[in-house]
Write a protein that binds this ligand. Structure first.
Ligand SMILES: Nc1ncnc2c1ncn2[C@@H]1O[C@H](COP(=O)(O)OP(=O)(O)OP(=O)(O)O)[C@@H](O)[C@H]1O
Length: 256
């Protein structure tokens, strides 16, 4: 585990030999970002490597969701870079970022309740001009729960089913990176377990995942690497086991 707070200005380089892969698909380097005049991210650096699930954890207000919004172009970095496959995409419009290959599943309002499942998926593919039926067919095969209900209004789905639809909607563009904000928020424990399995199923479709999660044990439990954020910057990063077993990290940031 690297203690980023004690590290050098370069932030969190993937120096730990335990990290799987070394091919970053998404890198934030020394990023400052925020809302209006309010700075939230402060010299934040992190990587998502090909094939990984990476989990961002930390206290309320640490800036976790702000990382995803900055990576997805909803906020323009004030300083630093956001690179996708080595190309600077900082501040690019979200609709262009989607075309580049990054999807985003926000925490709330992530499906259109008044549209059917099928319509939600077709909306997710408006920027595609080929193979839409084939791609949606593959998603129905992968997630039978939405296949069974394709003509139903999305508002009739349970919380867990909605989350699956939100993932599938983002996957219509076949992203190689998916940003997911608190997939288990508001779900009963059993349902949350199912949703974490679905996150792994998405990852199995060759999609690297950068996920924010309040449920630290479960979020880190399915992840390859974790970053602990506080006050807009990375305090620690490491393997999930290392973070969960570190007394200081656990006491200070992970609720003991
Ligand atoms: N749209 C906004 N306008 C102004 N400030 C905002 C906005 N959204 C978030 N903030 C502020 O930015 C800071 C970081 O918020 P963010 O949602 O990124 O934190 P978080 O780590 O995801 O926290 P939580 O776990 O509570 O969602 C907080 O102080 C929050 O009040």
């Amino acid at each position: 585990m690297s203690d980023a707070s004690a590290g050098d200005e370069a932030g969190v380089e993937p120096t730990d030999a335990e990290r799987t892969g070394s091919d970053p698909v998404l890198s934030l380097s020394n990023v400052d970002s925020g809302y209006g005049e309010v700075q939230v991210l402060d010299d934040l650096s992190m990587d998502l490597n090909a094939g990984e699930i990476v989990c961002l954890v930390g206290p309320n207000g640490a800036g976790k969701s702000t990382v995803l919004k900055t990576a997805f172009g909803m906020l323009t970095p004030w300083e630093g870079t956001v690179e996708y496959h080595g190309r600077d995409i900082g501040g690019m419009a979200p609709e262009d970022i989607v075309r580049e290959g990054i999807g985003y599943v926000p925490q709330t309002d992530n499906v259109f309740g008044s549209l059917t499942i099928e319509e939600n998926l077709r909306m997710g593919g408006v920027a595609r001009n080929d193979d839409l039926d084939e791609v949606i067919g593959r998603l129905y095969d992968r997630f039978p729960i939405i296949d069974e209900k394709r003509g139903a209004k999305a508002r009739t789905l349970s919380g867990g089913q909605r989350q699956v639809l939100a993932f599938a909607r983002a996957l219509v563009m076949e992203p190689d990176v998916l940003l997911i904000d608190e997939p288990s928020a508001g779900l009963a424990p059993n349902t949350a377990d199912d949703v974490f399995e679905d996150v792994q199923a998405v990852n199995d479709m060759d999609t690297a995942i950068l996920m924010v999660e309040q449920n630290v044990t479960k979020g880190l439990g399915i992840s390859d690497w974790g970053y602990v954020l506080d006050q807009g910057t990375v305090r620690f990063d490491g393997t999930p086991d290392t973070l969960l077993n570190d007394e200081e990290v656990s006491q200070l940031y992970l609720g003991g």
